[in-house]
Design a protein around this ligand. Structure first.
Ligand code: NAP
Length: 323
């Protein structure tokens, strides 16, 4: 597994990271806790050290499961979690509801201090390697948020600071206030908006870029058959990208990438992850894995090297995906 440094932090994190949103169950049709713990342990066994979670993933459940899975192995893990989607106070902007609880985007100082203590407790650790603002909060100046994060860094509770779901003016404001090491944004073959400004920005300012949803929630794995049904509380049941017709069209394009995957003796999921990791500016790819088989398969993508010709061929095929 190749490793790359998180921004200027000196922290070396595996190019393929483990994403644990689905492990929280929320918006993914529930969770099988044993599978989740074994998925995390399989990922570490396969060379992944970067594990990304968040309090909002299942109202603390994902963090709790990660904490259980890494017990006794904390030193083998680069732990990334987040703040700013909170449910302990009705401050900030209402974002959405989870299990009947309103979740607010809020990055005020006292709230972050409350959130980090809860995260440390659930994760069973005394420090977070990468602490990221999950969504941006228009009600708190970024300088104030950054001030709190820099204080947490001085106190040894966090080692590096990241932002997520941010635009370049947000990133400018963070950087004006102190050292920002990472930006976490959606990026995959079907959603390449980050190429317009965020990826060049990350390269220019030495930020790690953590690509989230790199398999487009499983659509790019080639295993998403048109007849698969999703539970009502699985976000894919409501997505236009998961209609049987759309899935069929995606599978048609993926079939044309299959020969390249076959040449490398890899799966389409691994091809999608390897392509993502090779895009200029992308430093880390967060692959969501629900069970040990997915975790092991996804981790192995960290060893795949695609030639310039293969990357160009894939990029040309991507243009044929339906809008
Ligand atoms: N910062 C943010 O706002 C934000 C937002 C989204 C995600 N993220 C982070 O990014 C991580 C990854 O994104 P994601 O979980 O949204 O989506 P993803 O990685 O694109 O897709 C994950 C889903 O694809 C399926 N899958 C994974 N590996 C597979 C394989 N090898 N073969 C077949 N199917 C496979 C699994 O679902 P099934 O088994 O059900 O098919 C899995 O839950 C998250 O877990 C989270 O850590 C962050």
């Amino acid at each position: 597994m190749r490793k790359r440094v998180l921004g200027q932090s000196g922290i070396e994190a595996s190019v393929i990271g483990l994403g644990t949103w689905a492990i929280g169950g929320w918006m993914w049709g529930g969770v099988e806790a044993n599978d989740s713990v074994r998925a995390i342990q399989a990922a570490i066994d396969a060379g992944i050290n970067l594990i990304d979670t968040a309090p909002a993933y299942g109202l603390g459940l994902s963090e709790q499961i990660v904490g259980e899975a890494i017990r006794g192995r904390r030193d083998q893990v680069v732990l990334a979690t987040k703040c700013g989607l909170q449910w302990h106070t009705a401050q900030g902007t209402l974002f959405l509801e989870q299990a009947g609880k309103p979740i607010y985007k809020f990055l005020g100082a006292a709230s972050i201090r409350h959130e980090i203590e809860e995260s440390l407790r659930r994760l069973g650790t005394s420090y977070i390697d990468l602490y990221q603002t999950h969504w941006q909060d228009d009600t708190t100046p970024i300088a104030e948020t950054m001030g709190t994060l820099l204080d947490l860094k001085k106190e040894g509770k966090i080692r590096a600071i990241g932002a997520s779901n941010a635009a370049t003016p947000h990133l400018d404001a963070y950087r004006a206030a102190g050292q920002l090491d990472a930006d976490q944004e959606k990026f995959n073959m079907l959603d390449r908006r980050a190429e317009d400004s965020l990826l060049p920005y990350a390269e220019r300012h030495q930020l790690a870029f953590l690509a989230y949803s790199p398999m487009a929630l499983g659509l790019l794995t080639g295993k998403m058959s048109p007849d698969r049904r999703f539970a009502d509380d699985d976000l894919r049941s409501r997505s236009h990208r998961f209609t049987p017709e759309y899935r069929r069209q995606v599978l048609d394009v993926l079939a044309r990438m299959q020969p390249m995957a076959d040449d490398h003796e890899i799966t389409l999921a691994q091809l999608a992850l390897a392509w993502t990791a090779a895009v200029p500016g992308v430093s880390h790819v967060l692959a969501g894995s629900r069970n040990p088989a997915q975790a092991t398969e996804n981790a192995a993508a960290g060893a795949v090297k695609l030639s310039d010709h293969e990357l160009a061929t894939i990029t040309a095929l991507i243009d044929e995906f339906p809008a």
